[in-house]
Ligand binder design. Sequence first.
Ligand SMILES: [Fe+2]
Length: 285
Amino acid sequence: MDDPFRLLHMPLGVPGSGRVRYGAAMQLYQLGVLSEAQLDVYRDASPHDRRDPAAMLADRRLQPVPVLPQAPADLLRALFVTAQDYLSGLVHPGQEEVRDGLRRCSPRERVPEARPHPVAERWLGPALEQAALLQPCLAAAIAAAAPHLAWISYDAYPRKAIGDSFAEGHAFAPIAGGEAPFAAGNFELGLFLIAPGVLYRDHRHLAPELYAPLTGPHGWRFAPDRPLIVKPAGEPVWNPSLQPHLTKVGRHPFLCLFAWTQDVTAIAEVIPAGDWPALEAAVIG
Ligand SMILES: [Fe+2]
């Protein structure tokens, strides 16, 4: 019985999931677990991968189906699909490279071991409250999958160059590429989280990069010692290969989806600037 229950709760939005849920509902109906009226709901929802049978059951005043915990692989897949949908709808330089990379991703057979991180424990919740105002489905998919991701710090920068506040105030979680839950070749997709007020000093890397911020406003610049530009949540930032960039986080934590579209193993480097103390003291938003 475990398997049809698991399939019945396959996350919304996964391609083909409406039909999978209906197939599972048919098995559960034959076992006497679901009524004919409940089965009708799954049949009616089956052509629509995003239609929520739970809401339809409530609308028809039918008993809800027992909820079982979802498997991590399903939650990670739902996150990937939701992120791919969101990123594929953004318009920016480099959009074709991002879409090509996303199309090359495929789920691994085994989900890598999850790893908690103090920055994610402290700041992901507040960040998702803001992200839900912009993209509620994506925020919900992140919230569900986050405990199954391996959150890590980027440790390639010398501590003195990048500064203590960034070193101790950020975390990222690969979704695709490297050892992440999705294999991706020379492409990376992940979540990037920075605590409020932190300055991510000027830096650059060979990899072309998309930031898709889900919170804001935050400050940005694209050459050392230039004034900041304030950008809202939802505005994509494309950094061509080796373009300098800096982020000054506003009063909400910074949460974005990021993608590196090639040269993903080349390490990033800090670029010196003369105004970091003033920027570290500044307040955005
Ligand atoms: Fe970057």
